[in-house]
Each structure stands twice: as C-alpha cells, then as structure tokens.
Design a protein around this ligand. Structure first.
Ligand code: HEM
Length: 141
C-alpha cells in the first residue's frame, strides 16, 4: 500500500507549553478528551473510531498529559508514540483532518471555564494541533 507523505514533513513548530499540565491537572485533560471523542463520534468521520470511545479517548489524554509537561503516560502504557505510523491504518485525507480539527475547535470553546485550560496557552496549542494533524494525513486530495 502506497501512502501519501505531506511534503511539509514532520511538524517544525513549537509544541504546547509544558506548563499546561501543572495548571490544569490530570482529570480535566481526560475530561477534555472525552468531550472531543463524543464530538468525533457524532461527526462525519465518526465511523473511523471504535464504538466504545473510552480507550481511544484515554489514549489521546495520555498523549496530551505528556505533551503538557506531565508524566509520559502514553509511553508508559502503550509504548513509543510513533503517531504517524499509528495512523497509517486509517484513511486520513485533508477533509478528514478538517473535520477532526473542527471537533477539537468545538471542544476548546470555553475550555478555560469547562476544563481549566489556561487561555494564554490556547493559541500555541491550536497551532500545534493544526501542524501535527497535517502530519497525520496519509492520502492526497
Ligand atoms: C488528522 C486528523 C486525525 C484523524 C482523522 C485521526 C484519527 C484517528 C483514528 C481513527 C485513530 C484510531 C482510533 C482507535 O481505533 O482507537 C486515532 C488514534 C489516535 N490518535 Fe488520531 N487522528 C488525527 C489526528 C491526531 C492528532 C493531531 C493527534 C495528536 C495530537 C492524534 C492522537 C491520536 C492518539 C494518541 C491515538 C491513539 C493511538 C493508538 O492507537 O495507540 N490524532 N486517530
């Protein structure tokens, strides 16, 4: 199977601030990911995700905990992240990426009130999501 590789290559921008974990705490990060996965399930790419969203949303939460400066939960529980390789079994084109980002955008609305996400750190996190999701795309078009 031939996969399309984004010509822009792996993300070059800055990752989210490592201060976020200490400011939010662990459970709100898990709650934010549950909210996101509920939106994904109801979206036009809902069919890509398992009916039981529990584990899938926890995997993302573990990844974000590490990224936000907390313990490396994803690595500890599931091994090396290798995110692009883990996404290759799924057909991800730009339309799928846009829908994924739209769902995350909805989760991030009022994220300070709902999950204690520090607003000052939102722009860089949004930038990261945009760039990192571009790297997950594996089909042209
Ligand atoms: C470009 C849009 C994206 C789409 C359409 C997408 C889709 C998917 C799908 C279908 C799965 C497998 C779900 C399952 O069967 O459990 C998955 C897993 C995952 N995704 Fe994404 N994803 C995207 C971007 C991202 C980004 C940007 C991140 C990180 C910020 C991310 C983090 C993860 C993680 C941590 C997993 C679990 C990996 C594993 O199975 O071990 N995804 N994604």
């Amino acid at each position: 199977m031939e996969f399309w590789t984004p010509p822009s290559g792996p993300p070059q921008g800055s990752p989210p601030s490592k201060e976020i974990y200490a400011l939010m705490g662990e459970e709100p990060i898990f709650a934010m990911c549950r909210d996101f996965y509920e939106r994904l399930a109801a979206s036009s790419i809902g069919h890509m995700f398992p009916a039981d969203q529990g584990e899938a949303s926890e995997k993302l939460a573990c990844f974000l905990v590490g990224l936000f400066g907390g313990p490396p939960l994803f690595h500890q529980r599931y091994g090396s992240p290798q995110m692009r390789a883990r996404h290759l079994p799924f057909v991800i084109d730009q339309a799928a990426r846009r829908e994924w980002l739209r769902c995350f955008e909805a989760t991030l609305e009022n994220a300070e009130d709902r999950f204690g996400f520090p607003s000052a750190h939102l722009p860089r996190f949004r930038g990261f999501l945009s760039e990192f999701s571009a790297w997950m795309v594996n089909r042209e078009g």
